[in-house]
Design a binder for this molecule. Sequence first.
Ligand SMILES: Cc1cc2nc3c(=O)[nH]c(=O)nc-3n(C[C@H](O)[C@H](O)[C@H](O)COP(=O)(O)OP(=O)(O)OC[C@H]3O[C@@H](n4cnc5c(N)ncnc54)[C@H](O)[C@@H]3O)c2cc1C
Length: 474
Amino acid sequence: MLYDLIVIGSGPAGQKAALQGARSGKRVAIIDDHPMLGGGCLHWGTMPSKSFRESVYRWSLSSRGSLGRDTDDAALTEKKATLPEMKRLLQRKNRVVEKDSQVVRENLEKCGVRIYHGRATLQTAHDVEIRSESGTKKISGAYIVVATGARPVSGPQVPVDGKLVLDSDSILSLKKVPKTMVVLGAGIIGCEYASMFSTAGTKVFLVDRRHEILASVDREIVDQLQGRFEQQDMEIVLEAEATKIEKQPGGKGVVVHLNTGRQIKAEVVLVAQGRRGNTENMGLEALGISPDERGLLKVDEHFRTVQTNIYAVGDVIGSPALASTSMEQGRIAACHAFRVEDGREMYRMPELYPYGIYTIPEISMVGRTEEDCRADRTVDLVIGRAHYRDVGRGQIVGDRWGLLKILFDRKTHKILGVHIIGDSAADLIHIGQAVMQLGGDLYYFINSVFNYPTLAEAYKLAAMDALNQIRKTS
Ligand SMILES: Cc1cc2nc3c(=O)[nH]c(=O)nc-3n(C[C@H](O)[C@H](O)[C@H](O)COP(=O)(O)OP(=O)(O)OC[C@H]3O[C@@H](n4cnc5c(N)ncnc54)[C@H](O)[C@@H]3O)c2cc1C
């Protein structure tokens, strides 16, 4: 079969590339080696973890959860007598994964995308072989998009067995919520799962070799998160690395040996120490496309590899490795291949995009951090802050930890960054993102009417806080 576009991988990056190609009137095929469509994002990444989070969060608000009792300090620190049932916490995830996979298939089919299941290998820059249990097929395409994603890695000293030592692909196969857990790696995935299990009542030890958690996030926001973690009885162990995991006889937990000499006993370990691109045995090297030591592919600003008809998008090209950015990369690659006119012919990722971190409480940010601005001598920084407890909706939802902080340039009043921790942070951030992107400034918030009561009102309060400071010093 001859196609205009062949997409390898049906995660967010591949889906959007395929849909854009089909909507541009092209003949498109998509290939995935998983029996269900949706990619790692749907089957073992974003969607399972966020569905699990939702269940844990809702459970925690119930009478048996620690957040359900007017969120006072005592309730947070109180030892939980009963842990929620893992089976029940996973019901939402199972429903979401099944339903969403159908939605992905329907969307692709509706647009006329031909779906193949099997493992894809590139024979030439235009020919793809698909191997599956039912045999081998060959298809050809003018353009190819590699969207094969990434998978977790673990060092030899922390071998993952999927039972006592788990990674983000296997953590939700746990049969019960453990009483104790060591999480190795305090990046986004490690912090998210540490916070979910901690909220469910697990005693979590969060271990990282660095001196801080979530290194790229605004420190004030991380301090808030860390305060919340510690109040929930999570122990954060920094500047420490696991040298060995000793399994207890009879599968009764593990002892994690750290290079500091400390030993931590726990029921299970979650290893969240990085990911590697899925690029092995795909025939890429023979075409001059050489993955780096982490299996990642190098691309230009339009997501082309050195073989210019072969694009690579999503986790397989590395940072930022988010579902959100992967989707846009996929769409842009297909637009570039077929020179789809979008009025601007940008075919590039926008410089400004948000990050969402689904810890409990959630974090979101766009633009520069306070640390970054302070290190820049050309910036005259003023920071407006609003606590959720100071807006009506914050009181209603009972989020007394929430904080929204906006970084402004004192002279131009332009927004340099927005950082939020608290309920709905990942949704709220888009207000700041839109105002930034459209060139608005502090007065947008001052002169706008916000729905009441909403958390969004915190933008206005934060802007007023900044304006007061500007007026005092001018
Ligand atoms: C635990 C966890 C939580 C996350 N949470 C978030 C979040 O909250 N928000 C967010 O934006 N991002 C999140 N991410 C990141 C997000 O899941 C990824 O960025 C996203 O899945 C990348 O999409 P992709 O299309 O590049 O690859 P994937 O979604 O990984 O899909 C790749 C697909 O290609 C298939 N494939 C691989 N090789 C071949 C081959 N040779 N032939 C055929 N098929 C092949 C794979 O089986 C897979 O189905 C999370 C990730 C993890 C692990």
